[in-house]
Design a protein around this ligand. Structure first.
Ligand code: ADP
Ligand code: MG
Length: 277
């Protein structure tokens, strides 16, 4: 190996592209209700810029609810109640003067079941990401946008010769990556993923994991997963949610992923990450 001389200018082509700084998201004392049923109790978590944060824990402990609070989808449920604060780069996303769609532009979401528009072309599915949030295309052309997003989602090489074929014709894993591409159209600052691989086969799952690892360079990611190996592989930080015997969900433990798996502080975390639950 040759050492890089720090005093020499970088060779052409090796210069990193200028990038917007990555964003961080802070949730403070989040409590949530459906009617009178409390499902989260004062949950606080910092999701740091440039990291993948994994939310783990048994079903029903409020992980999806927490995720939906992070981009203001929770309030679409008529019976929903909410207390606490969410800040994106220090700004309150729930501030009164802020429009609901504002949070969605900056904080994208990918769901468990891939949901591209099946009859729409691959190309138009990506472009639709702009329309969904009402964002105008910036300087880049539609062609550039489609190539950028499909490349970031790890799908470009597989579909570049059939951009006009319907999104519904792709495999499940490809459809999920198409949904990721669509959510990247608006250049979100944060990407929320709710069990994005739960409906996929192991091979597609690994491809999505590689995509997530690459995406961390351009967007801050929060992922809910039931797959402990996946959490260990893709995340730098981890939060363990638990709702015991009818009590609302809380975060039992959070921190560095390696520490959470290697030397958990709480016995319940230890049991959960080792499959004893
Ligand atoms: P998880 O994603 O960890 O499985 P959820 O956030 O989906 O947990 O659910 C947390 C709790 O909130 C559960 O008891 C669930 O039944 C309840 N819940 C979720 N969505 C709704 C809803 N739309 N209306 C009423 N209760 C709900
Ligand atoms: Mg869920």
């Amino acid at each position: 190996t040759t050492a890089v001389d720090p005093f020499l200018p970088p060779s052409p082509g090796s210069q990193p592209q200028p990038q917007a700084p990555l964003s961080s998201l802070v949730a403070r004392d989040i409590s949530a209700w459906f009617g009178t049923h409390q499902v989260l109790d004062r949950v606080s978590l910092e999701m740091a810029a440039g990291e993948v944060t994994a939310l783990i824990g048994p079903s029903g402990c409020g992980k999806s609810t927490f995720l939906r609070i992070l981009n203001r989808m929770h309030e679409l449920v008529p019976s929903a109640g909410l207390a606490g604060e969410v800040e994106l780069d220090g700004e309150d996303i729930y501030e009164r003067s802020r429009k609901l769609t504002d949070a969605r532009k900056h904080i994208g979401m990918v769901f468990q079941k891939p949901n591209p528009f099946p009859a729409m072309s691959i190309y138009d599915n990506v472009v639709a990401g702009l329309k969904l949030t009402g964002v105008k295309a910036g300087k880049e052309t539609k062609d550039e946008l489609v190539q950028r997003c499909l490349t970031s989602a790890g799908l470009w090489n597989e579909v570049k010769d059939r951009l006009r074929s319907p999104g519904g014709g792709l495999s499940g894993g490809q459809q999920q990556r198409l949904c990721i591409a669509r959510s990247l159209a608006v250049r979100p600052r944060v990407l929320l993923m709710d069990e994005p691989c739960s409906a996929l086969d192991p091979t597609s799952t690994r491809v999505i994991e590689e995509t997530i690892k690459e995406l961390r360079q351009e967007v801050t990611i929060v992922i809910v997963t039931h797959n402990m190996q996946q959490a260990a592989r893709v995340s730098q930080r981890c939060a363990f949610f638990l709702a015991s015997q009818g009590t609302p969900g809380v975060i039992v433990e959070h921190g560095d992923t390696d520490a959470m798996f290697g030397e958990p502080r709480d016995q319940r975390t230890h049991d959960y990450v080792n499959g004893r639950f």
